[in-house]
Write a protein that binds this ligand. Structure first.
Ligand code: ADP
Ligand code: ADP
Length: 199
């Protein structure tokens, strides 16, 4: 069975100015363990498709299935990493990374250990009691990714994860993030307007 199936998705936004057709009969599949990059210019519907897969918005027509189940019925965790890192400045790195687990009431000794191990593995262990503004942009993106991984999502959605970085660090961080996703054997969909960032 396919892991993720996007079937005939169309999305039209209705506003006071009229209608915008953001997606027109889009279909594709993703296998478990695949990392897919969707590249296209601003306004082509990338954020829209991610929001639909995440279940944040409902398409005008079409369905998303995860292991054959409609998205709204799935029990699979989906992690969404936003455009800018959205770290809470008044929380330490550790406290930031634990937010998702806190919301799910899953902070346990085991989950804390697992998250600490992720921070250690990806060079952030010694920064866990630091605050986001004490880290570089690339490090903050890594923190944001680890925060998304902390809830052990089956599927990761990454929306322009490098857009807040300058060009040089973007390329370095995109290699970095690709490495983390591959090592953790994650299935991910990333969107970007820059083909150089495709992973
Ligand atoms: P991208 O992420 O590729 O930049 P979006 O998915 O954000 O593209 O937008 C696709 C199109 O839909 C654009 O024309 C955008 O202006 C429009 N759009 C996106 N969100 C909304 C919304 N909430 N209401 C109305 N139009 C929207
Ligand atoms: P992106 O940087 O991915 O292209 P945008 O800056 O286009 O995203 O959109 C940011 C937010 O504004 C999104 O939540 C999107 O749904 C919303 N949005 C985009 N275009 C419109 C629009 N024409 N009318 C209302 N909301 C919009």
């Amino acid at each position: 069975k396919k892991f993720v199936e996007i079937k005939n998705i169309s999305m039209t936004y209705h506003t006071l100015d009229g209608e915008t057709k953001a997606l027109d009969n889009l279909s594709f599949d993703i296998n478990k363990g695949e990392i897919v990059t969707i590249v296209g210019p601003s306004g082509c519907g990338k954020s829209t498709i991610l929001s639909i897969i995440a279940g944040l918005i409902k398409p005008s027509s079409g369905e998303v299935f995860i292991y054959g189940e409609k998205i709204k019925n799935t029990t699979k965790a989906i992690g969404y990493m936003f455009q800018s890192d959205h770290l809470f400045q008044w929380r330490t790195i550790m406290e930031n990374v634990l937010i998702g687990l806190e919301i799910q009431k899953k902070v346990t000794l085991d989950s804390i250990k697992r998250v600490e191990k992720l921070l250690d593995t990806y060079g952030l262990g010694e920064f866990k009691n630091h605050y986001p503004n004490q880290l570089s942009g690339g490090m903050r993106q890594r923190v944001a990714l680890i925060r998304t991984l902390a809830i052990e999502p089956e599927l990761l959605l990454l929306d322009e994860p490098f857009s807040a970085l300058d060009y040089q660090s973007r390329l370095a961080v995109s290699d970095d993030i690709a490495g983390i996703l591959k090592r953790e054997q994650k299935t991910a969909i990333m969107v970007t307007h820059d083909i150089a960032e495709a992973i």
